[in-house]
Design a protein around this ligand. Structure first.
Ligand code: FE2
Length: 365
C-alpha cells in the first residue's frame, strides 16, 4: 500500500522554555550541541527568541517568549519546559496536512510559506497528544541555514565546546492518560499511516508498586519510532502518572539519542554534569547470564551505569538521564544499537525500580 504520509526524517524538535538563552547553554555545555542559528528581536522577530542547536543529525530548537500572554508563555506556565513540536521533513507540506486532516487530525497551522533570499519553505502542522504538535516542513526549495528568519549564530557559540558523540534521534516516547493508549495508537495508525512494531503489557513492565503499558508505533520506513505509554493500575503511583501530574497533560516523556560509542559519550556527559539513573550492583552480577557475550567490558559498563539488553537481532546498550528540569517530566535516553531493534524490555524492571527510588525521594510514589 502506498504511504499517504511519506516522512523523510525528524526535521527538528522544538522545546518551549522559560529562558531559552540559558537553556541553550545547558544543551551546549552539558550535551555538546553546537549553536548554529538564532532568531529573535535582533532579527526582527518580536514573537519569540529561538536558538537552533545541532549535533550529528539532531536538531533542537529552544524557544521562549517576549510576552506574558503568548502561546509559549501559556505552555511554559502549564507544563514547565518541554517538547512542543516534533517536526518532520516532508516532500509536500500541503499534501501532508490535507492527507492527515482528511483522516481526522486536528489542524494546527494551515500550510504557510516563509521566504527569504535563499528560497522558501512551506510549513503546516497538526495536533497530537496533549499540547504537542507535529509540523510538516517542506524545504526542497530552500538553501538557507534552517528556516527563514534564522541567522547564522556559530560565532556566538562559546569556544571549546566539543561534541559528545550524539548522532541521531532513535525514538521519542509519549505519555498519555490511563485508557488513552489505544486512542493514540489508532491516531498514529489511521491518521499518520504508522504501523505497530511492538507491544508491552503490564506483565512485561511492572514492579512491586507500579506498572505501565506501551505500544511502539513506527512510520513506513521504520526510521521514525514513537512508543506510546499509559499507566497501568499498581499499588502506588506509576512514573507515568507522576509525569502526567507534573506536566499537567500528556506529552513527550523522553527523547532517545544514538551514539556509536556509549561508554565514551556517557563518561563525557557525566563529567559535564548530566545526571543519570543508576541501577543496583546486582544488575551486573546477572548480566552475562541474561545477555551472553558482548564486545564491551562489563566492569566498564558497571562503572558507567550502562544497561544492556538482547533481542533476536542483536543487543543494545542504553542509559537514562534524570529529568532535565525541576518538574519530574522530560528526560533523555542515550542508546547504542548493536543489531537490536527493540527497546530494552529486559531492563524495564531494574529501571523502574531505579525511578521509584527517585520518586520516593521526591515524595511522589
Ligand atoms: Fe526509550
Amino acid at each position: 500500500m502506498k504511504d499517504f504520509l511519506p516522512l523523510k526524517r525528524i526535521d527538528y524538535i522544538e522545546f518551549y522554555c522559560g529562558n531559552a538563552k540559558q537553556s541553550s547553554l545547558y544543551y551546549q555545555y552539558g550535551f555538546g550541541f553546537k549553536l548554529t542559528g538564532y532568531s529573535g528581536l535582533e532579527t526582527k522577530n518580536n514573537q519569540k527568541a529561538s536558538y537552533l542547536l545541532e549535533q550529528g543529525k539532531i536538531r533542537f530548537v529552544l524557544s521562549s517568549s517576549y510576552d506574558d500572554s503568548s502561546p509559549i508563555s501559556e505552555h511554559v506556565k502549564k507544563h514547565g519546559d518541554g517538547v512542543f513540536d516534533v517536526a518532520f521533513e516532508v516532500e509536500d507540506a500541503a499534501k501532508s496536512f490535507e492527507e492527515t486532516v482528511k483522516r481526522g487530525a486536528i489542524p494546527f497551522i494551515e500550510p504557510q510559506t516563509f521566504k527569504d533570499e535563499n528560497g522558501y519553505i512551506i510549513k503546516s502542522a497538526i495536533r497530537t497528544f496533549g499540547d504537542t504538535i507535529h509540523s510538516f516542513i517542506e524545504r526542497k526549495n530552500y538553501s538557507g541555514l534552517f528556516i527563514p528568519g534564522f541567522i547564522d549564530a556559530k560565532s556566538k557559540a562559546p569556544e571549546g565546546i566539543t561534541d559528545t558523540g550524539l548522532r541521531s534521534v532513535d525514538h521519542m516516547v509519549g505519555n498519555v492518560e490511563l485508557g488513552k493508549m489505544l486512542h493514540w495508537v489508532d491516531f498514529y495508525a489511521k491518521t499518520m499511516g504508522f504501523n505497530q512494531l511492538l507491544s508491552f503489557d503490564d506483565k512485561d513492565i511492572s514492579t512491586e508498586y507500579t506498572a505501565l503499558m506501551s505500544k511502539v508505533m513506527q512510520n513506513s520506513t521504520g526510521k521514525i519510532k514513537i512508543p506510546i505509554n499509559e499507566p497501568a493500575p499498581g499499588k502506588k503511583k506509576s512514573q507515568i502518572e507522576e509525569y502526567l501530574d507534573f506536566y499537567k497533560s500528556p506529552g513527550i516523556q523522553h527523547v532517545a539519542m544514538t551514539t556509536t560509542d556509549i561508554l565514551t559519550t556517557v563518561s563525557d556527559l557525566k563529567k559535564r554534569g548530566v545526571e543519570f539513573l543508576t541501577v543496583p550492583k546486582t544488575y551486573y552480577n546477572e548480566l552475562i547470564n541474561r545477555i551472553g557475550t558482548i564486545d564491551e567490558d562489563i566492569k566498564l559498563l558497571e562503572e558507567t551505569g550502562i544497561l544492556v539488553d538482547r533481542d533476536e537481532d542483536g543487543y543494545l546498550l542504553q542509559i537514562f538521564t534524570k529529568p532535565v528540569e525541576d518538574r519530574p517530566t522530560l528526560f533523555f535516553e542515550i542508546i547504542q544499537r548493536k543489531g537490536a531493534r527493540s527497546f530494552g524490555k529486559g531492563n524495564f524492571k531494574a529501571l523502574f525500580e531505579s525511578i521509584e527510588r527517585e520518586q520516593a525521594l521526591r515524595g511522589t510514589l
